[in-house]
Design a protein around this ligand. Structure first.
Ligand SMILES: [Zn+2]
Length: 261
């Protein structure tokens, strides 16, 4: 156990903090991309609905048209029959049927006109929606491209940081890495903290027994705070400028309180 090791653990912790922040930032970029896409997605949904409705109306219009055609053929046959009727009763019956089929055919034709009208209106609406969608896509494109590039840059940076971390970890004793990872796996961000000048844990500020303080100061063994479990590193000299520095007033360490419990 050397002084260097404990510094290495702190360096590893710094790298992990950077990685965590970088990943949080990527999540924000991903959210921004979703926000940018949102108006276009809403328009896409409108276009899809209109296309679906148009399809239904076209099917219905074809059905009604076919029905009108069948009735026209029937009317032709009834006209033929009317020419060959043998008595007034038969004539009345054929005429009545003919009238009924004609009315029904007219009704079909009216319905077909109405459907064609609806289809035209919907086609115009679809055109408007499609051009609005196209416009929205063009408007968001530059911002989208920018955000995607930002995301790609950040992902590349994270991959590089991961490589650095891997290389760094290989230089450290496995037992220390295991202990460090074990503490962090518990969901804690802080796995290493410096002993304060007056011998307290730099994370939870519990005082340590003198014997342990000495062992930490001399880097004899890897010692964890009994109260909060962090690995304790040697006190950081003020001139190192570390955020864990206890400061000139050893009784009031600064910058070492985190909120993750
Ligand atoms: Zn502690």
């Amino acid at each position: 156990m050397t002084d260097q090791t404990r510094h290495a653990l702190k360096e590893l912790q710094r790298l992990d903090e950077e990685l965590r922040d970088a990943r949080d930032e990527i999540e924000q970029v991903v959210e921004s991309i979703a926000d940018v896409d949102e108006p276009a997605l809403a328009l896409e949904s409108d276009v899809g609905k209109t296309q679906g409705r148009l399809q239904e109306l076209r099917v219905e219009e074809r059905r009604v048209e076919l029905s009108a055609k069948e009735k026209a053929a029937r009317i032709e046959r009834l006209d033929e029959r009317l020419k060959g009727v043998r008595n007034v009763r038969e004539e009345a019956a054929v005429s009545a049927e003919l009238e009924m089929v004609k009315r029904s055919m007219e009704s079909d034709e009216q319905e077909a006109y109405s459907l064609i009208d609806q289809i035209r209106k919907l086609e115009l609406q679809l055109e408007e929606q499609q051009s609005a969608l196209e416009q929205a896509r063009q408007e968001i494109e530059p911002r989208r491209v920018e955000l995607e590039a930002d995301r790609a840059r950040r992902e590349a940076a994270i991959a590089e940081m991961d490589e650095q971390r891997k290389a760094f970890v290989e230089t450290m004793p496995e037992s220390e890495i295991r202990m460090y990872e074990g503490i962090r796996r518990g969901g804690r961000r802080r796995a290493v903290a410096a002993l304060t000048e007056d011998g307290a844990c730099g994370h939870c500020f519990s005082m340590l027994p003198l014997q342990l303080q000495n062992e930490i100061r001399h880097g004899v063994a890897l010692i964890r705070c009994e109260a909060c479990g962090v690995i304790l590193a040697q006190p950081v000299a003020e001139d190192e400028g570390d955020d864990e520095a206890a400061g000139a007033d050893a009784g009031a360490p600064e910058g070492d309180i985190d909120t993750d419990g």
